[in-house]
Design a protein around this ligand. Structure first.
Ligand code: SF4
Length: 232
């Protein structure tokens, strides 16, 4: 059995904190102990109000938080699984707790495609076109046995897994999966989004003027000299 790849701590938690201080042996359980060392007291005071991070780590964290907590699914159902998908929006399951209740009618406004139901060979190019029309970044949840592998429909008319035409991020098993299972799939997708790297362009920093340097007025472009018409 191979070990899972080590996770990048900078992506998991962009905030770097100082290493934890050793707990005094005499500390009673549940009671805070005042640090005896002044350096230790200063370290604790700083930790309360200061976070260390990088611009890239902060942008990565903020963008991923906003993406993960405001997923807009495409209103797109193919078969019986779609009934369970619709149920997540109702008051009983209330997907708005996770910020994913805004089902969009247009793929151009959606970033999550929930493939809910079996995909027929005839429907496959339509599904792919809808996926292509969604703006980046976009994600796909394969909901139910039929979407994931064809389910009981092992025949020429049904696509044997939607991952043959679009990349799938999360598979939700079941026939049909309960709405709770789909919500669990959306939460797994949120976890995936939160640790994904965000590409930001290179930051261009303006050099600071030297102390005491006089501020130069910006150069105005010279006007081209007028040519006199008719001059000999
Ligand atoms: S997985 Fe079951 S419930 Fe979902 S589309 Fe297939 S047959 Fe219907």
């Amino acid at each position: 059995m191979t070990e899972p790849p080590a996770r990048d701590p900078k992506i998991d938690n962009p905030f770097r904190v100082l290493p934890a201080a050793p707990v005094p042996a005499a500390a009673a359980p549940g009671r805070p102990v005042a640090p005896s060392d002044p350096a230790e007291a200063l370290r604790e005071e700083v930790e309360r109000g200061v976070l260390f991070t990088t611009v890239g780590g902060m942008v990565n964290w903020a963008v991923n938080q906003s993406r993960a907590n405001a997923i807009w699914p495409l209103g797109f159902g193919l078969a019986c699984c779609a009934i369970e998908m619709m149920a997540i929006v109702g008051p009983r399951f209330d997907i708005s707790r996770f910020g994913a209740e805004v089902f969009r009618a247009s793929p151009r406004q959606a970033d999550l495609m929930i493939v809910a139901g079996r995909v027929s060979i005839k429907m496959a190019p339509v599904l792919r076109q809808l996926y292509d029309q969604m703006p980046d970044p976009k994600w796909v949840i394969s909901m139910g046995a039929c979407a994931s592998c064809g389910g009981v429909f092992n025949n020429y008319a049904i696509l044997q897994g939607v991952d043959k035409i679009v990349p799938v991020d999360v598979y939700v098993p079941g026939c049909p999966p309960r709405p709770e299972a789909l919500i669990h799939g959306i939460m797994k997708l949120q976890e995936k989004i939160l640790v994904s790297p965000v590409e930001i362009g290179p930051l261009t920093l303006q050099p600071l003027p030297a102390p005491g340097a006089a501020k130069k007025a910006p150069k105005t472009p010279k006007k081209p000299a007028r040519k006199s018409v008719g001059a000999a």
